[in-house]
Design a protein around this ligand. Structure first.
Ligand SMILES: [Zn+2]
Length: 92
């Protein structure tokens, strides 16, 4: 019972912290996004795509990872960005 109360307190704190750091629009999207009826792993990947946090080559380069090329590993035709990898790559 004590652990349940501690968990509730932790969740409420996390909720308030997120609410304070997110803009109104991001918060609205966040709420709408988590109400979708899909698997949670799918939601996490979709959320990373939405926030452009996937480990694509352009993002890795911005984080300081040195790569031989920033080209898409699937088609090699364009820079590997979230938009390319998930929406415009003809092979992926
Ligand atoms: Zn590609």
């Amino acid at each position: 019972m004590k652990e349940d109360a501690s968990m509730v307190f932790m969740l409420i704190s996390a909720y308030k912290s997120l609410r304070n750091v997110m803009s109104r629009e991001t918060w609205r999207r966040f709420g709408m996004f988590w109400s979708f009826k899909v698997l949670s792993s799918t939601q996490v990947v979709a959320w990373w795509v939405l926030l452009n946090k996937m480990a694509t080559r352009d993002n890795l380069g911005r984080r300081g990872v040195v790569l031989e090329s920033n080209r898409c590993v699937m088609c090699g035709g364009e820079e590997e960005t979230v938009n390319h990898a998930f929406f415009s790559c003809k092979i992926a």
